[in-house]
Write a protein that binds this ligand. Structure first.
Ligand code: ADP
Ligand code: MG
Length: 700
């Protein structure tokens, strides 16, 4: 595969982007399409036909033979059903054709996608609808058209629909605020996201020897190697040639798809790496992140590697997350989370800032549950970054400013002046580069917030839906107050001050790993600590949460109930597959290996004893007894797990099942893992049935 080496020459070559549109559409069609995209209005059929024809010609010229509506059902991965462009033509020939109808609407057989009861299976058909705000692209000879996926009664069956709704909700409320500050230039407020993607790379041959990696994406067994990440010599370390070749290849693939892959480096754990794109609108960033994950896996195969996107592939080694860098900006290019130059800009910045603070405090549970999966529970509930308690890091400087406003006290930075919003300028807030708190789940980093709880394998859609919706709600309440305000400056000042007072409990600049923080957060500040998915999901249907999401038009009640079902069902199914895999590996691989090893030890001892019992060493007797003990322990723990699994099948509903998983199955899995890992450290290296942590982590 030889591609030109000048990146600008092939960047976005597989995307039907503005440049391609301008080149292939008549000026009138191009202009109408742009209007549609900007204002979100419906495309009429004649326009759609013109766009479809141009798209088809472009796609066929670029090697495509098929097209698909590309969508994001609630399985968490993307779905596609390919149709070819061929249409019969006279004389037994074919032509390549694609109609406007096919572009704007599709009808995948949707009965096998999760709907949580929204769409009874007899009403199998949902439909997909083109999202013109995300460009079509070519992947594997197929023209992919980003689409939303809905039921015939209009309920969202995907992640894109509520994401677009949440962006619209935020747009609406943010514009109200901007108008109050005299901004008439902006016609849209858009949320932007740059997701930093962490991943592990392991050797494919080793991977194929481990059923746990194959079936569950993570190791279910494995003793810690003598060297893990203690020396922290991997972070930003020099990249190994094989990994570098992978990254080069990956970048090229992503660039062709117009994905702005920007930074790449080694992460903290051995074999762990990160890729970050340049930020884009939340909608596009979400589509691009889904594509990025898919391509990361595909390219790995070409290099004899496997890319693990699981949140916790290895126990005792850092897990992988996705830092969701989030901001709001106008279509005229003003970042609303960027402190401005003038007093008015500063006041506006502070209002948007406290809106985020209020939103995160009031809807902590929604943010937490938006990232709740069985895999991510291993990160958030455990002793690593970030914790399961949501809090905000602002840094010292911004914290001091808010405190000065709260206390009506002089702020040091302004030459001992009390600050009157709308009148006094804020001191320049320098981006804190030395004190970047890496343990905070939600950190302000100069002109954006970084939400660090998202799991590495998860879609970023859910987190952004909740974040956008919660901030939209805070802005709505602010706008309601300010629109009727007589003395705007005074009411604005009071509003910011009150918001700080009411929500400062969510602000925390200290170490988020610290056990004491969790205690303080829960006991003194009344923040929520929701370590597991069932703990978090219980809050989705809380009255306040539901009302907010309904009011802002982000979800319907039916959609929320269905998502509750689906997310818990996913949790239970994931862990169940893990438990079954463990049982299988323990019974069919580990027990036989340990038993064989015990047998050879016993045989050697018997041979010696025949000659002279005194020849049998103390080591042999000790090891033999210990290993026999472990055989029984493993056997009993596997039986116990099987019993718990049988009980799971008898549970009445998704909630009961999820609680059983959390309370019974996961502890039984841990109990089975323990003696197996112990056996690994006693059985001869050659006799262990699959590659170890050391092999996997240091084998690339
Ligand atoms: P790090 O957090 O590793 O120091 P950066 O802060 O440079 O890295 O950027 C991390 C991510 O944040 C990148 O994807 C970048 O494009 C994104 N980002 C930068 N500015 C913004 C912004 N205004 N809104 C959203 N994302 C942004
Ligand atoms: Mg970061």
């Amino acid at each position: 595969m030889q591609t030109p080496h000048h990146v600008p020459d092939f960047f976005a070559s597989k995307v039907f982007d503005e440049q391609a549109m301008r080149a292939r559409l008549t000026p009138e069609v191009y202009r109408s399409l742009k209007q549609t995209i900007r204002r979100g209005v419906r495309l009429d059929l004649s326009l759609a036909n013109a766009v479809a024809a141009a798209m088809c010609t472009w796609a066929v010229e670029n090697g495509a033979t098929h097209f698909t509506h590309w969508f994001q059902p609630l399985t968490g991965i993307t779905a596609e059903k390919h149709d070819s462009f061929i249409t019969p033509a006279p004389g037994g020939r074919v032509i390549m054709e694609f109609s406007g109808k096919e572009l704007i609407r599709g009808e995948p057989d949707a009965s096998s996608f999760p709907s949580g009861g929204l769409r009874a299976t007899f009403e199998a058909r949902g439909y997909t609808a083109w999202d013109p705000t995300s460009f079509a692209f070519i992947k594997d000879k197929t023209l992919c058209i980003p689409t939303a996926f809905c039921s015939y009664s209009g309920e969202a069956l995907d992640k894109k629909t509520p994401l677009l709704r949440s962006m619209e909700a935020l747009n609406k409320q943010a514009l109200r605020i901007l108008r109050l500050f005299g901004n008439t230039a902006a016609s849209r407020v858009i949320t932007h996201v740059g997701p930093e993607q962490e991943y592990f790379l392991v050797d494919r041959d080793m991977y194929l020897k481990r059923k746990d990696l194959i079936y569950t994406g993570r190791t279910l067994f494995g003793a810690n190697p003598p060297k893990g990440q203690e020396l922290e010599d991997h972070y930003f370390g020099s990249i190994k040639p094989r990994v570098q070749a992978y990254m080069d290849d990956l970048n090229e693939e992503l660039w062709k798809l117009g994905i702005l892959a920007k930074t790449e480096h080694n992460e903290v754990a051995p074999a762990q790496h990160e890729l970050a794109p340049i930020y884009a609108s939340t909608n596009v960033a979400t589509d691009h992140n889904q594509l990025t994950m898919e391509i990361m896996k595909k390219v790995a195969r070409r290099h004899g590697l496997v890319c693990l996107l699981h949140e916790k592939p290895f126990a005792g080694v850092n897990g992988s997350g996705k830092h969701n860098n989030w901001s709001m900006a106008t279509d005229t290019g003003v970042n609303l989370l960027s402190p401005g130059e003038t007093p008015y800009e500063n006041a506006q910045f502070l209002l948007f800032l406290v809106a985020v603070i209020k939103a995160v405090d009031e809807y902590q549970s929604l943010l937490r549950l938006s990232v709740a999966t069985a895999g991510n529970d291993h990160r958030l509930g455990a002793n690593e970054a970030p914790p399961a308690v949501v809090s905000i890091f602002l840094g010292d400087e911004l914290s001091a400013i808010l405190e000065a406003i709260e206390m009506d006290s002089p702020y040091e930075g302004t030459a001992q002046k009390k600050m009157k919003l709308g009148v006094d300028a804020l001191p320049r807030i320098t981006q804190d580069t030395t004190d970047r708190n890496r343990t905070s789940p939600f950190a302000f980093t100069g002109n954006k917030f970084e939400f660090r709880m998202v799991g590495s394998g998860d879609s970023i859609a859910c987190a952004n839906i909740m974040l956008n919706a919660a901030v939209a709600e805070a802005l709505r309440q602010f706008a309601d107050i300010l629109e009727g305000a007589g003395d705007f400056d005074a009411i604005l000042h009071g509003l910011i001050k009150e918001t700080i007072i009411s929500h400062k409990r969510i602000l925390f600049n200290g170490n988020g790993y610290d056990g004491q923080w969790i205690e303080e957060a829960v006991e003194k500040r009344g923040l929520l600590n929701l370590p597991t998915t069932p703990d978090a999901m219980a809050h989705l249907l809380d009255k306040g949460n539901m009302e907010m999401l309904l009011k802002n038009g982000v979800f319907t009640e039916g959609e929320l109930r269905s998502r509750y079902e689906i997310q818990l069902e996913n949790y239970t199914r994931t862990v169940k597959i893990e438990a079954l895999t463990m049982e299988d590996m323990a019974r069919r691989e580990i027990l036989p290996a340990v038993q064989r090893y015990a047998g050879s030890l016993a045989a050697a001892m018997a041979d010696k004893a025949k000659v002279d019992p005194a020849l049998v060493s103390g080591y042999e007797k000790k090891a033999s007894a210990a290993i026999s003990g472990l055989l029984d322990e493993i056997d009993q723990a596997a039986d116990a797990l099987a019993e718990k699994l049988a009980a799971l099948d008898r549970a009445v509903d998704v909630t009961a099942q999820a609680l059983l998983v959390k309370g019974e199955i996961i502890p039984a899995m841990e109990a089975l893992r323990k003696p197996c890992d112990k056996a690994e450290s006693m059985v001869g290296q050659k006799d262990w049935p699959f590659p170890t942590y050391g092999d996997l982590l240091f084998g690339v």
